[in-house]
Design a protein around this ligand. Structure first.
Ligand SMILES: CC(C)(COP(=O)(O)OP(=O)(O)OC[C@H]1O[C@@H](n2cnc3c(N)ncnc32)[C@H](O)[C@@H]1OP(=O)(O)O)[C@@H](O)C(=O)NCCC(=O)NCCS
Length: 382
């Protein structure tokens, strides 16, 4: 092949999709035509799930049915709870990957790839992902798991399962908006991985496992936890000068500052606008705005030194921290939301499938190489 590969597939249009409209020049993000700002202001995560799975907003009755189905699906099978208790301590994304994979064994539709069964599985795995992540968080903190409350919505249930307390209105809404903002983002790395898996006609759980595995990386979903580690390394008591020297030092060493930059956006990431506001509101309500203030200072330094904008992960960190969530859970929380997008993309892929199998530009040794038998190769043979 003579065509040169685009590094990181930058600018390559790899599929068509009705789900996510993304204009990186104007900073526009919309799910099925609905602007993210409208959804963040007006919708709930459950409405967004319906929107992504059915490509239209639900009626009141349809939303009620979905809420009932999600509530019914939230409790985890007992063997899955046992598995969670048996896992060694470590990166919680590894545990999420293992447990999501295990859930497939208990889904009655596991091997049914029809569109109706795939939607049922999308509902179940989305409902259960919240329970899995919150329960892993409790177990990691040495606390016993608790049962979901069927009366609570998805965001409130998650916070309840994690903390044991029903959340206050601001915390519930902030978490709901965070879930809405993370639900889908066109062909981001994990969604692309999931679509490649779906295009082989593998089952829905396998596509979600591909998504979880890909999201774990620090260049993708792992960045939100890296932001919190950066904030903590700077320290809550740090003055502006310390913030500036830390960031300029990183830039001088050519290190990436987590939570900044994006392959597509050339403006502010529209999701960061809402997360910045939430971080500010939650900090004020909790009487500690230091992480928000330090985040703002980092943003100023990055703007002055590089012109690079904050992305979705930057203010997620101080927002989740203000909600009392442990840093190890930040990336797993991304799963709680993005599972809706991964499953929506899998449904779309199944509905109009062709195997995804691109080509690679060959840059290896000239062809043909002569084959030297093993016995004749010197010790340092190349
Ligand atoms: C998101 C990301 C992977 C996009 O990568 P990309 O499109 O391949 O962009 P590149 O890594 O090629 O960066 C382009 C330039 O901007 C710089 N840059 C990009 N993100 C940067 C960051 N977070 N900190 C400092 N410099 C950054 C690069 O050093 C590069 O500069 P150069 O051209 O002088 O070498 C990248 O911005 C990044 O690693 N960000 C930090 C991790 C993160 O927040 N990920 C979550 C994304 S939602």
């Amino acid at each position: 092949m003579s065509v040169a590969a685009a590094a990181g597939l930058e600018g390559v249009v790899a599929t068509s999709s009705r789900l996510c409209y993304l204009d990186g020049e104007r900073g526009v993000l919309a799910y099925c035509g609905h602007d993210i700002h409208d959804l963040a202001r007006e919708a709930t995560f459950e409405e967004v799930c319906y929107l992504l799975w059915h490509q239209r907003l639900p009626s009141r009755a349809e939303l009620g049915d979905l809420q009932t189905e999600l509530a019914r699906a939230r409790p985890l099978p007992e063997p899955v709870l046992r598995l969670m208790r048996s896992l060694p301590p470590g990166n919680l994304m590894d545990a999420v990957r293992t447990v999501v994979s295990a859930l497939a064994h208990y889904d009655p539709d596991a091997d049914d790839n029809s569109q109706t069964a795939a939607i049922r599985k999308a509902v179940r795995v989305t409902a259960q992902a919240g329970t899995v992540v919150a329960t892993l968080g409790r177990l990691a903190a040495g606390r016993a798991p608790i049962d979901p409350d069927p009366v609570l919505g998805h965001a409130a249930n998650f916070l309840y399962l994690l903390t044991g307390d029903r959340p206050e209105a601001l915390a519930e809404r902030a978490f709901d908006v965070a879930l809405i903002l993370h639900a889908d983002h066109e062909l981001n790395a994990s969604t692309f991985a999931g679509r490649v898996a779906a295009a082989t006609l593998t089952d829905l759980y396998s596509t979600v496992v591909a998504g979880v595995a890909t999201l774990k990386g620090p260049l993708h979903g792992g960045a939100n936890a890296e932001v919190m580690k950066l904030l903590e390394s700077i320290g809550e008591d740090a003055d502006d000068e310390r913030v500036t020297t830390t960031i300029t030092g990183m830039l001088g060493r050519k290190q990436k500052v987590p939570g900044f930059g994006h392959r597509v956006y050339r403006t502010e990431d529209p999701r960061a606008t809402h997360l910045r506001q939430m971080s500010r509101d939650l900090g004020q309500q909790g009487g500690n705005s230091r992480w928000f203030e330090i985040s703002q200072r980092i943003e100023e330094v990055m703007r002055t030194e590089t012109g690079i904008n904050a992305n979705v992960d930057f203010y997620s960190a101080s927002t989740y921290h203000a909600l009392g969530i442990a840093t190890d859970l930040f990336t797993p929380i991304f799963v709680v939301s993005r599972v809706s997008g991964w499953t929506a993309h899998a449904l779309e892929q199944y509905a109009n499938n062709r195997l995804i199998r691109p080509r690679a530009e060959y840059v290896g040794p000239d062809y043909p190489q002569s084959f030297v038998p093993l016995a004749e190769r010197p010790p340092a043979f190349r």
